[in-house]
Write a protein that binds this ligand. Structure first.
Ligand code: ADP
Length: 398
């Protein structure tokens, strides 16, 4: 069965068509600047030429129509008709406490997703628009929602509660939710599979280090803690997000710089992280590594602070699980930045971690980067959130 995976943002839409039998991606692409002048669709059929088409997309329905047109195009398409698309899997950012698993999308499910809009005001409305646009053009095709938060719903209360007045949890459901759940689930399962061990017997820490970044603790097949919180701002230092900090800093900056809460939140989300810490050198680790190699002190400070924070989270999750068997690195930085992995692992002597630097420099495959006598196994596992969404979709519609 072919599964169309849709990841819909407020002005963009990423898509992949995946054959669920071979688990291969048959075509993928991206619609950008939806509802804004200069919209364009990029379409790449597997083994074919990448096409970029600048064309008006006043709304998401038009974007989806263009995606379906590209997929069924007689010359460059990959399917003959829409009948060859068995189901659509939608990535949904926030499922609140309502969704602990993926689900077939019904009218009631749409309503429940809408009720989570408050928790993710930028993302959930866009996800819903994407679902509605697909339903309008493919009314008889089953749709599945896969939530970024669902995998973390197994966290115990002591991990998800904040030290705030309890009434805020009761009234507004303010608590830790966590994100990147599809990736944490995919990577932790893959680690067990690769090692030929039972998922339910392992204590795994997954470091998803992309532009957005989070760590999770997975004990006996269940997530028991994760570093992102009510929103994706908490936890690690990220590309442009601050991660953890003293909340009183918000008031301090507001007074010193005469800024509103909205302005400061924008700084914490868009101008902080490694971008801000490096004094605007870059949010990209390729640049930071290159500058560090040239002796740039801003880059070195940024990389050191970043790795220290990752190592502290690993330490806290070793405590949460009373040990760890496997530590996994994934996503753009986790999969590619050997230096970051190496520096993080330098803090892990107490876990008996010894890195095999040759293995640490391999790319693009699942690999154990510790020596055979290392007491804790460290792995690099490329994540594949689209494939995970396609698998969930097939499981629910078959
Ligand atoms: P997201 O999906 O959150 O946008 P990704 O998982 O694609 O992010 O990660 C993007 C980041 O990965 C880039 O900002 C860059 O810092 C990092 N990255 C990508 N390739 C490399 C590389 N070869 N070396 C170091 N870092 C890399």
């Amino acid at each position: 069965m072919n599964i169309l995976v849709i990841n819909c943002g407020s002005s963009s839409l990423k898509f992949q068509l995946i054959n669920s039998d071979s688990e291969q991606c048959i075509a993928k692409g991206l619609c950008e600047r939806i509802g804004i002048e200069g919209s364009q669709i990029t379409y790449s059929p597997e083994g074919g030429e990448k096409e970029v088409n600048v064309t008006p997309m006043p709304d998401h329905t038009e974007a989806i129509r263009l995606v379906l047109e590209a997929l069924t195009n007689p010359k460059t398409g990959v399917v003959k008709s829409l009948d060859e698309i068995g189901a659509v899997g939608h990535r949904i950012v926030h499922g609140g406490e309502k969704f602990a698993a993926s689900t077939v999308i019904t009218d009631e499910v749409m309503k429940a997703i809408e009720e989570c809009n408050d928790l993710a005001p930028l993302h959930n409305p866009a996800n819903l628009i994407g679902i509605n646009a697909c339903k309008a053009l493919m009314p008889n095709t089953p749709m599945v929602g896969v939530f970024d938060t669902a995998f973390h719903q197994t966290m115990p209360e002591e991990a998800y509660m904040y030290g705030l007045p309890y009434e805020y949890y009761q009234k507004y459901k303010i608590r830790r939710y966590g994100f990147h759940g599809t990736s944490h689930s995919f990577v932790s399962k893959k680690a067990a599979e690769d090692l030929g061990k039972k998922y339910e017997d392992l204590k795994i820490i997954v470091c998803h280090l992309g532009n957005g970044a989070s760590v999770s603790a997975v004990k006996n097949g269940k997530c028991v803690d994760t570093s992102m919180g009510l929103t994706p701002l908490e936890g690690l230092i990220m590309g442009t997000r601050s991660g953890d900090m003293d909340p009183a800093i918000i008031e301090f900056i507001a007074h010193k710089e005469g800024k509103s809460i909205d302005e400061i939140m924008s700084i914490l989300n868009k101008k902080s992280g490694v971008q801000g810490l490096s004094d605007n050198l870059s949010s990209d680790f390729r640049d930071l590594e290159a500058e560090h190699n040239k002796g740039n002190a801003n880059a070195t400070r940024t990389l050191k602070t970043y790795c220290y924070r990752v190592a502290k989270y690993i330490g806290s999750y070793v405590a949460a699980m009373n040990g760890v068997d496997v530590i996994c690195f994934t996503a753009g930085i986790g999969e590619n930045a050997a230096l970051v992995r190496s520096w993080v692992c330098q803090y892990l002597g107490y876990l008996g971690v010894t890195i095999d630097e040759e293995a640490n420099h391999k790319r693009g495959e699942d690999v154990v980067i510790t020596t055979p006598d290392s007491k804790t196994t460290v792995m690099v596992i490329p994540t594949n959130e689209e494939l995970a969404i396609a698998r969930e979709t097939v499981r629910l519609v078959k």
